[in-house]
Design a protein around this ligand. Structure first.
Ligand code: GDG
Length: 737
């Protein structure tokens, strides 16, 4: 039976060594919960680091650790302290984490940590490859493992691989600064499906992919030469019922069953303090905007002194990555700020900030969620922010106000919260006041709407949606696979080829016989290609036609000395073996004088674009233009010349990063069909890669073997992968007779 393999940096277990024995406690975090059904159903395996470095394990303990992990359907990736330092504390947390959260000033680029990141990603990939069986599904998580999808794909080309990023994907302008940006994108593109929390991260990723790697993007699909990669957003939810139910039973507890934290809170309320609690919970991380929050709260007390003694900030900061100097500095800054503000405002019966620097058990978290009238979450950047969702889920009576930074992924879904800019103290201060004074009906209305959504789109639904979307990418791959030119079809085709008395082959040039080049002149034929084509040409009763949109002069230079039949400019010109060039269609170019000046003005305003003047057509190439600008300009060009096109009986062809204006009715389909007129061909073959070749696929007789190069949508009957496969196919034709 096929299974799901989950891969994340840490395993969903806490291991403790106790007198040579191992104690394992399952994690209760969001990810572990969300993946529960994916993991436990179908014998899933979770691959990750156990949390114990190899250096502190004896061989016996190592064995025991592996045994314990196995019992929990986990498999450990062994890491030494040196590997952990380079891969995790180094490249993951000193480079990717700050940069992906727009903290450029904290970002360090170091060759050593990058090398360790690659090495450790390979270790994770090796473990996946070792565990993989045919039909398994692979789901990789987060920024520590960006290279794993491609590393796995290198060894298992047919694998189904999903990737989810839990943190933001930054804008192209920020991402491009990474020296290894290409490698990181290529690593991710080993996936079939890449998921982000929000559409913004998705579009940043697509933009970076298009600009850095030059891949074509079709809606949310990246078109690679031999595969498609789907990119989509899946906002992660929480285990709603867990928080909601815990809050219900919390409210029912009698005094003796209450936690210490809750008893403290109760005591404070009983002492007659009218202070409303404003809660914040985060890992102590510079992305979470903790210092900003404290300063904004200080400003709030200054601006609205009437709240002194009536509002209190309860701040839980969970220790995190405390070995990293950046985090130690932050801790000092927070300690000082809390001290200063408390010193400045405290009264005998009231301190403005209660500060906890520690992790609390789940039930204390519920105490805090249920006792706080306001939650104030002000990250500078945050991929999602689950605390916001948990707070709302725990408000059983639907009272309470969520103030949420617009820089969190969660703010995109939780529009009923009070959304603030974490850098605007004025706005935060005013919003805190508004929250503390918000009428109960308004609180209930806002929270009801959010609760409904959180309940519906919970973490299980998130995981199952992702898995379904991943499955769907396979259906698309299967459809492509069905049309791939396999050995059976090939044998059938070669047998028809042999049987036929007369044969004709139409071969497109760019992207079919020669790989696509950034500079068109660079695509000239190689000696190897000439040899292949010569061999076909010499076959008896076989007509070889190269059919192109290129201009006749270039083709004359490249193929003039060869005896093959040439059709250029989509069918404007024909050169038969041993003859001169002749016009296939009565076309003119008087219209150039009207259209060319318009194209020139666009070229001046569109850096990277060029005009190619052919004998009977004008092509406006934009393959080197910024992709967004190109898309916009192409529409503008079409709109501007629309009426002239109709007046001069012209047509616009929307090719691959080119707009071509030419006489109406001239296309590869029409010219190829003409070539069939005087001979009864029993075998017809047409192959091409782009949109202009679709005319051949549509208009040639039904019996034609039509073949598309690359896996874009097509009318052709079969697919081949790229020019290499085309060359092999032609060699096979040459030796078939
Ligand atoms: C990353 C992204 C994205 C916190 N303190 C305690 C405690 N927690 C739990 C909360 C919550 C989780 O930790 C924190 O999740 P966040 O989403 O707020 O933040 P990150 O840890 O930075 O997570 C983030 C997330 O991945 C998921 O994709 O949302 O943007 O940065 O569940 O309840 N739990 C306990 N004691 C604590 O003291 N028991």
């Amino acid at each position: 039976m096929s299974k799901t393999i989950i891969i994340s940096n840490r395993l969903p277990l806490q291991l403790k060594i106790d007198n040579d024995s191992i104690e394992a406690t399952p994690s209760v975090g969001g990810l572990a919960t969300g993946m529960k059904s994916v993991h436990s159903d179908s014998d899933g395996i979770w691959i990750g680091w156990s949390g114990l470095t190899e250096d502190c394990l004896t061989p016996q303990l190592h064995k025991k650790v592996n045994q314990t992990l196995k019992e929990h359907q986990c498999s450990g990736v062994a890491l030494s302290q040196e590997e952990l330092d380079g891969y995790y504390f180094g490249f993951s947390n000193d480079t990717l984490w700050p940069l992906f959260h727009y903290f450029m000033e904290y970002t360090r680029f170091e060759r050593d940590t990058w090398e360790m990141y690659q090495k450790v990603n390979q270790k994770f990939a090796d473990k996946v490859i070792e565990t993989y069986k045919d039909g398994d599904t692979i789901w990789v998580h987060d920024y520590q493992l960006l290279l794993v999808p491609q590393l796995v794909r290198n060894q298992i080309p047919e694998a189904t691989i999903g990737f989810f990023l839990h943190i933001p994907f930054p804008s192209y302008e920020v991402f491009r600064t990474i020296p290894y940006r290409k490698e990181l994108l290529e690593g991710l593109l080993g996936s079939n499906l890449i998921g982000f929390h929000t559409y913004d991260y998705e579009r940043h990723f697509l933009s970076a992919t298009q600009r850095i790697l030059g891949h074509e993007i079709n809606f949310n699909t990246v078109q690679l030469e031999n595969r498609n990669v789907v990119v989509d957003s899946f906002p992660m939810g929480i285990d709603y019922q867990k928080f909601h139910k815990a809050a219900i039973s919390h409210d029912k507890k009698d005094k003796k069953n209450k936690s210490e934290v809750q008893q403290e809170i109760d005591k404070h309320l009983k002492e007659g303090s009218k202070a409303k609690l404003i809660l914040s919970i985060d890992r102590l991380d510079y992305t979470k905007g903790i210092a900003n929050r404290l300063r904004a709260f200080e400003y709030f007390l200054e601006k609205y002194p009437q709240f002194k003694g009536k509002a209190r900030l309860v701040m839980l900061a969970v220790p995190s990555r405390s070995d990293v100097p950046q985090y130690q500095l932050l801790k000092n800054e927070i300690d000082q700020l809390v001290g200063r503000i408390n010193g400045r405002f405290a009264e005998v019966s009231w301190t403005p900030i209660w500060y906890f620097y520690r992790s609390m058990p789940f039930e204390n978290l519920i105490d805090l969620y249920t006792s706080s009238e306001v939650a104030l979450l002000t990250p500078i950047r945050d991929g999602m922010n689950l605390v916001a969702k948990e707070y709302v889920a725990a408000r059983v009576d639907k009272k309470g106000v969520l103030i949420l930074s617009e820089m969190t992924g969660a703010s995109k879904e939780m529009s009923e919260a009070l959304i603030i800019n974490p850098n605007n103290f004025e706005e935060i201060a005013d919003t805190i006041k508004y929250a503390l004074e918000m009428p109960v009906e308004e609180q209930i209305k806002r929270n009801s709407a959010m609760q409904k959504r959180l309940q519906r789109y919970d973490v299980e639904r998130w995981a199952s949606d992702f898995m379904e979307a991943l499955e769907l990418t396979q259906q698309h791959e299967k459809q492509i696979a069905l049309k791939k030119l396999n050995t059976t079809i090939k044998n059938h085709m070669f047998s028809d080829f042999k049987k036929a008395k007369q044969r004709i082959l139409f071969l497109d040039y760019d992207g079919t016989l020669a790989p696509f080049q950034k500079i068109p002149e660079h695509a000239k034929p190689t000696e190897e290609l000439y040899t292949i084509l010569d061999a076909i040409y010499e076959l008896p009763d076989t007509k070889l036609i190269i059919i192109t949109g290129r201009d006749k002069d270039t083709f004359n230079k490249w193929f003039g000395h060869k005896p093959y039949t040439l059709i250029t400019e989509h069918g404007a010109w024909l050169r038969e073996t041993g003859k001169d060039w002749e016009l296939m269609e009565a076309v003119g170019n008087k219209w150039f004088e009207v259209i060319a000046p318009i194209l020139e003005t666009f070229t001046d305003r569109t850096p990277g674009s060029i005009i190619e003047e052919k004998n009977y057509s004008l092509a406006w190439h934009y393959r080197n233009v910024d992709p967004d600008l190109a898309r916009k300009r192409a529409v503008e060009v079409k709109t501007t010349i629309q009426h002239l096109i109709a007046n001069h009986n012209l047509e616009i062809m929307d090719g691959d990063k080119v707009l071509e204006i030419k006489a109406g009715g001239v296309n590869k389909g029409k010219s190829a069909t003409k070539m069939l007129m005087n001979t009864d061909y029993e075998f017809i073959f047409a192959i091409g890669d782009d949109w202009t070749d679709e005319f051949m696929f549509k208009e040639l007789p039904e019996s034609t073997y039509t073949i598309k190069v690359g896996f874009k949508k097509t009318k052709a009957k079969y697919y081949v992968e790229g020019t290499k496969e085309v060359h092999q196919l032609l060699k096979d034709f040459a030796s078939a007779l």
